[in-house]
Design a protein around this ligand. Structure first.
Ligand SMILES: NC(=O)c1ccc[n+]([C@@H]2O[C@H](COP(=O)([O-])OP(=O)(O)OC[C@H]3O[C@@H](n4cnc5c(N)ncnc54)[C@H](OP(=O)(O)O)[C@@H]3O)[C@@H](O)[C@H]2O)c1
Length: 277
């Protein structure tokens, strides 16, 4: 896909691999909507993009640890644009960001589930009209190889909590949502895929975990860009990629009943049950 003139929203693009993808797509002539929490970091990125000769991207500040924050971001995009060619759901916290202990979101949900999965679920659903208006359009969910099955009796992990389990559960939830949404979007021209970009890229979340990086941001960025604009994946949907290659996710992702349970729960938690029943 030629990205010139395409409108692309990338959550979590003030840092890490999202920042890299934003710069690359801006250089290709896309109209980038940057998102993050930190205005200073956004200003620095906008300055770099402009210095590289691309138009200044719009910046949307929103804290995705609250569903109101996700709604506010969606509302701002819906108010400003009548089409969205690509939505990259990338914002996330790792297993150690802010400490490994259990914390909750503004809505009382387990924090990693809320930031990494539920906010992206809500954003994708609210932005669907813009994506459908731009079809062919794409949703890219940045997940991970770190995946842990969801215990539907304790989704908020009140027992046996660990940051890595919570992170991995949130990442599998993204992958399950990808498959579920792809089925729903058949025939609309909107595709949705998920991926593990690369293992232990040198980013804030990896450094916060005290982990020695194994990959570069460029490597993970290329894998995301492949799903954003690769011609070979134009008609692919509902898939999980490990880097550049299609891969199998945790078996729970292929359990239709589990996906249905997750959809029902997510619609309830985000207040969308009425709209989507
Ligand atoms: N790094 C890896 O090796 C690796 C491997 C597999 C998958 N991934 C996935 O790749 C994605 C990007 O990770 P990264 O490594 O680039 O991480 P990063 O450098 O820590 O960047 C995370 C981004 O998410 C944003 N973010 C975090 N919490 C937020 C919140 N509550 N509300 C709004 N935005 C928030 C951050 O915004 P601020 O600038 O405001 O902090 C930042 O822009 C994540 O989904 C991650 O799970 C990464």
């Amino acid at each position: 896909m030629n990205m010139a003139g395409k409108t692309v929203l990338i959550t979590g693009s003030t840092d890490g691999v999202g920042r890299y993808v934003a710069k690359r797509l801006a250089a290709e002539g896309a109209q980038i909507l940057i998102h993050g929490r930190d205005t200073a970091r956004a200003k620095t990125l906008i300055g770099e993009i402009v210095r590289d000769g691309a138009p200044a991207p719009a910046f949307y500040q929103a804290d995705l640890s609250s569903l109101a924050g996700a709604r506010q971001l969606a509302d701002a995009v819906l108010a400003g644009y009548d089409r969205l060619d690509v939505f990259v759901s990338n914002a996330g916290i790792g297993s150690m960001n802010g400490g490994p202990e259990r914390r909750t979101s503004a809505d009382g949900h387990e924090l990693r589930f809320a930031v990494n999965y539920l906010s992206g679920f809500l954003l994708a659903r609210l932005l669907l009209p813009l994506l459908k208006a731009a079809a062919p359009a794409r949703i890219v969910n940045v997940a991970s190889l770190g995946q842990h099955p969801i215990d539907f009796d304790d989704v908020m992990i009140t027992k046996n909590y660990s940051g890595s389990r919570a992170y991995a559960q949130s990442k599998l939830a993204q992958i399950m949502f990808t498959i579920d949404l792809a089925e729903e979007l058949k025939g609309t021209g909107v595709t949705v895929n998920s991926l593990h970009p690369a293992t232990y890229m040198n980013t804030t979340m990896v450094r916060a975990g005290g982990i020695t990086p194994l990959s570069t941001v460029e490597q993970g960025g290329e894998a995301i860009l492949h799903l954003v604009s690769g011609d070979d994946v134009a008609d692919k949907s509902g898939l999980f990629f490990n880097g550049m290659s299609e891969a199998r996710a945790n078996p729970q992702a292929y359990d239709a009943l589990a996906r249905q349970r997750l959809r029902k729960l997510s619609l309830e938690l985000t207040g969308l049950s009425v709209a989507y029943g």
